[in-house]
Design a protein around this ligand. Structure first.
Ligand code: GDP
Length: 295
């Protein structure tokens, strides 16, 4: 793994080769390159700044020990700090015993919320859970249909009422059904907007207080780049998230959003979406993402 990082950071660490220690003066160029790489990977500027300071602090003064050269050491520090920033290990979903686990899906329109709901349903079903999906997006009839189609495809029941019933009432009714009929997991797909607006946030808060979810998962499109940080911050401040699903990582996105999400909210990314198909969901692993970001 470090071989690959070493290759892409050839240039960054040239100035450190042959040095006895990593010092204030010889590390500058390397840090500049890391900074550029992170910005190119769409990590938000504020996160990059803090990150660079942390790497500088950790790397400076490192003695050459047992054959580990300063350049290798520097790469190792960067890699370790990236992994740490993303939470070190995969954080699994919260699961209740004896009552349904309620998962509220949040996010902007087009982020991949409905798709992620079905992916998650299939994932939980494959672990033996009895899953209910709930269509609480009353503004786009197509969203309700989309969830029904996906439900059929993965053989998971979908609960919907009508567009004339408020989302929080639909959500509350689904919990009652879930408890009565012995469902293990209830995944509530909510309405998104093209951008953050007050009505959407207020609705999320109402649904949240109606169902007391175990998880509020923010679905973030990795292709939106630097904006991911701001979206995450707003959702977290106004609704409070317990985790995130980063979608569309099968595309060109370099995954920098992964660093921003954790840093601005403290909430772990729990899954990544890697395709349009319902099977294209993977638990998130910080080490793999760190390698991807560093190229
Ligand atoms: P929503 O508005 O947030 O519910 O978004 P949708 O679930 O309807 O997804 C929007 C579009 O993104 C659809 O065309 C999905 O097929 C696509 N999509 C969702 N997740 C992924 C992913 O992980 N990879 C790719 N390539 N496309 C995705």
């Amino acid at each position: 793994m470090f071989d690959q990082l070493s290759a892409s950071f050839e240039d960054a660490v040239k100035g450190l080769r042959g040095q006895a220690t990593i010092s204030d003066t010889n590390v500058d160029n390397a840090l500049r390159q890391v900074r550029r790489a992170l910005l190119e990977a769409d990590v938000s500027l504020s996160v990059v700044k803090k990150f660079i300071e942390e790497v500088r602090r950790k790397a400076i003064g490192t003695e050459v020990v047992r054959g580990i050269k300063p350049d290798q050491k520097f790469i190792q520090v960067v890699y370790e700090q990236l992994v740490k920033l993303m939470g070190t290990e995969n954080t699994p979903l919260i699961r209740n015993n004896g009552k349904p686990t309620v998962i509220l899906m949040a996010g902007l329109q087009g982020a991949g919320k409905t798709t992620a709901s079905a992916k998650l349903a299939l994932y939980l079903k494959s672990q033996g859970a009895k899953v209910l999906m709930v269509a609480a997006d009353i503004y786009r009839p197509a969203a309700i249909d989309q969830l029904h189609v996906l439900g059929k495809q993965i053989d998971v029941e979908v609960f919907s009422i009508s567009k004339d019933v408020q989302p929080e009432e639909i959500a509350a009714a689904s919990i009652q059904k879930g408890c009565e009929e012995g469902f293990d997991c209830i995944i509530i797909d909510t309405a998104g907007r093209l951008q953050i607006d007050t009505a959407m946030m207020e609705e999320m808060v109402r649904i949240k207080s109606a169902v007391s979810p175990d998880e509020i998962l923010l679905v973030v499109d990795s292709m939106i780049g630097q904006e991911a940080a701001e979206i995450t911050r707003t959702f977290h401040e106004q609704v409070g998230i317990t985790g995130a699903i980063l979608t569309k990582l099968d595309g060109d996105a370099r995954g920098g959003a992964a660093l921003s999400i954790r840093k601005v909210s403290g909430a772990p990314i729990k899954f990544i979406g890697v395709g349009e198909k319902v099977e294209a969901l993977q638990p998130f692993h910080p080490e793999r993402m760190a390698s991807r970001i560093l190229g």
